[in-house]
Design a protein around this ligand. Sequence first.
Ligand SMILES: [Fe+2]
Ligand SMILES: [Fe+2]
Length: 167
Amino acid sequence: MNLKNFFPIGDPRLDDDHRRLELAIDVLASSQAQDRLTALHDLRQAAAAHFESEDADLSCMADGNAKCHVDEHAEVLKSLDEVRLELASPKRDEVFKAALTRRLAEQLADWLPMHVREIDAALVKFRVAQRFGGVPVTLAIRANTVVPGLIETLRASPSFPDGLLSP
Ligand SMILES: [Fe+2]
Ligand SMILES: [Fe+2]
């Protein structure tokens, strides 16, 4: 179990979810050919459930940045679905699938703590304000997200083998 990136933000439900997501990313990172799709499926399930829960709170926020937060969740799920298609493709060999999985896990391991620290933390303040009264906070959205556009990012990576991600 590797929780080196875990960043608690003081909301037990969200902290539990984020811990679960980090563990699911670790499982994906260490998965082998026979359990790779299952690990990706489990991660997607955990992510979708967590994002749905956050999105419900975000829909109550009048702040325009709430939409950016919702959109970032959707982009992550889209990236996971894109990678699932590649992993399920008979046209892709084991070297490609192992490399793609490793890169996805690395990207997500970088993305999750950043997202939690910079975006979800503001949502927690809003949740507290909703419960106890106060002024909703403004969410700070990063200029660039790591996971959205994952396939394009991988294609541009100099360390990724040429041609592996060609359509
Ligand atoms: Fe979150
Ligand atoms: Fe979030």
